[in-house]
Write a protein that binds this ligand. Sequence first.
Ligand SMILES: Nc1ncnc2c1ncn2[C@@H]1O[C@H](COP(=O)(O)OP(=O)(O)OP(=O)(O)O)[C@@H](O)[C@H]1O
Ligand SMILES: [Mg+2]
Ligand SMILES: [Zn+2]
Length: 272
Amino acid sequence: MQRLKDSGETAEPAPDYKCQKCRDTGYYEFEKDGYTYMRECECGKIQRERIKSKLAFASIPKEFEGQTVDNFRTDCYSTVEGRELAEMAKTIAKRYVELFDEIQETNAKGLYFHSGVKGSGKTRLAVSIANDLISLKGIPAKFSTTIQILDQIKNTWGERARGRDEINQARTEESLIRDIVSVPVLIVDDIGVEQPKDWINERFYNILNGRMIEKRITIFTSNYRIEELQLDDRIVSRIDKMALPIEFPAESVRAAISRKENDDLMDRLLGI
Ligand SMILES: Nc1ncnc2c1ncn2[C@@H]1O[C@H](COP(=O)(O)OP(=O)(O)OP(=O)(O)O)[C@@H](O)[C@H]1O
Ligand SMILES: [Mg+2]
Ligand SMILES: [Zn+2]
């Protein structure tokens, strides 16, 4: 072990850098007026790292990593109407990413993807917008299901159960809500699945009202139309103001993919 270590220390370091200029550190030194400065290297290493850390922050489910608006398929819907709605949703998503800065500046309207049928691609497209905003524009976006948001809130209450004083507990929940309010782009996945309860209404109200006031963009997915949501009227009216409703096809890509997987497996098992 010791010998290996010694020999490792005396070996020449391999000058095998992808970028000779910054030696893969992302920065290089330059001299001006007798001073030495550091400058970000043009090879883009730092920029790539920024995007990587924004993607980690986004907590996008593994299933959707690397999915973009461009590779959202519209040929996997079986009806003409389904394909048309999917085409329309895809075009809107693409334009939305392109015009993002302008939309943010004007009324900061988000999108509301809905369909009565589960598995129609709503989460897939919402997440793709987040991925594109991060990768193409460096805009911080975050993905969260409503259930995750509520669980995170409930977890802050655990502090009280563990014997912390109430003021401390209140600050913890408050700071969580402040963080959720301040994310520039938030995907709120599956709104409408939660049981309508007073405490839930109150938290959603705080989050969405905060985001509306601060002109933060929110993209929702839901199995309900906005007017069908069983939440407080003041929440529903805010969602109505904050997001443009986009209808998704009433068919399940999930079911179609699953049927195809079953057929393929069956063929393999039967040796066809
Ligand atoms: N247009 C598409 N192109 C490729 N894959 C798709 C497409 N739409 C959906 N999928 C895939 O089908 C599955 C279901 O899609 P997704 O989770 O987006 O549906 P959903 O509408 O959000 O469903 P739910 O209402 O249950 O939340 C996912 O695995 C997703 O990757
Ligand atoms: Mg979904
Ligand atoms: Zn470099």
